[in-house]
Design a protein around this ligand. Sequence first.
Ligand SMILES: Cc1cc2nc3c(=O)[nH]c(=O)nc-3n(C[C@H](O)[C@H](O)[C@H](O)COP(=O)(O)O)c2cc1C
Length: 232
Amino acid sequence: MDPRDTDANKIPFDSHLSLTADEVLTTTRAVRRRLDLTRPVPRELIEEAVKIAQQAPTGRNQQQWDFIFIEDPATKARVADIWRQGLQSRAPDEHGMAPMPTRMSFGSSEWGKIRDSLGHLFWRLHEVPVLMIPVVRVAHRAEMTSTRGQAHNWGSVIPATWSFMLAARERGLGTAWTVGHLQYEREMADVLGIPYDNVVQVALTPIAYTIGTDFKPARKADPVSHIHWNRW
Ligand SMILES: Cc1cc2nc3c(=O)[nH]c(=O)nc-3n(C[C@H](O)[C@H](O)[C@H](O)COP(=O)(O)O)c2cc1C
């Protein structure tokens, strides 16, 4: 018998919202305002979601990703400070690139909603019960300079991270993908003891129970606008 095929590896199905797969896929929103800052998140729930994330595809089936969960209040405070610095930064990154310009119109109601929601989280990030940073292990950072190397590495951590977020949603937990702190990735690595040369950070998400669980599908463009048959 495969040693991995034991009862310890079976996922217990309780504390679920009993959403269908399509409901999970269409209602997992970036939760910022509706994070419950008062309710502790049990580690067991997080461990269940990680077990689900392990089923995501990875290049060469190597599962070279890790998730760093931060619950310690003093560490969260330092992490939140770097995150805030990153969000506010207009400084160029380590390659001399300015922060990504947004393609959204700043005057649009869509941007207005995100800005208000982000503003809400901005000063409260350290109060969120758990912060999570997904990372991918690389032989060396030069791997990230080619399209193929990037596709291999990002593609080996982002599906697992999204699976984690979907599994969290199914368990009543909210998450939000953020990348602002990566402007200060090295500083974050120092705070968390991450070996910078071989471990690349991907995102930072808050994790908390959501206030209410009634999230809705968002309005999107006609799917036809994303579909190309046979050629571009
Ligand atoms: C690659 C990526 C980067 C993102 N960066 C941030 C970020 O830095 N801060 C933030 O608050 N949200 C960030 N988001 C969340 C998006 O703003 C959010 O997914 C989008 O507005 C749609 O909202 P919804 O997920 O609730 O439908 C990011 C999402 C992705 C996929």
